[in-house]
Design a protein around this ligand. Structure first.
Ligand SMILES: [Zn+2]
Length: 126
């Protein structure tokens, strides 16, 4: 892959990393806010309080789920940026061929080319 393309994907990944970090920060706030309202409670009616707690727990669970997903994605972006530095970016880890740039544009964290991805999905039944 030529330098120009690498620079392009690098800025793409840096943009994505910023987006992900913003989402992570927001989700951390949400999960922390729920903890806050849990420890200090709210003194409105009992039924309302129970319902509120239920929603809170669900919201928090969802936020934790999103948070772990975003953190995983953030790690993948970080690794893709490392591969750029090492000159390994855009090379399929299975067959060592260059990954199609169109695929990388959609999934810049991709580590396998399309044919390998397909045969892997078949093998693992996913
Ligand atoms: Zn491949």
């Amino acid at each position: 892959m030529d330098k120009e393309k690498l620079a392009y994907f690098k800025s793409l990944l840096l943009d994505k990393r910023e987006e992900v970090l913003e989402r992570i920060e927001r989700l951390r706030e949400v999960t922390m806010e729920s903890n806050y309202s849990d420890s200090y409670g709210n003194h409105s009616g009992y039924a309302y309080h129970m319902a509120d707690q239920g929603t809170d727990a669900m919201e928090r669970e969802k936020s934790f789920l999103f948070l772990s997903r975003e953190e995983k994605y953030h790690k993948q972006i970080h690794q893709a940026l490392q591969r750029i530095e090492l000159g390994e970016f855009g090379v399929c880890r299975v067959c060592d061929e260059e990954i199609d740039a169109k695929r990388l544009e959609i999934v810049p964290t991709a580590r396998t080319c399309v044919p390998c991805k397909i045969s892997e999905s078949k093998r693992y039944g996913r």
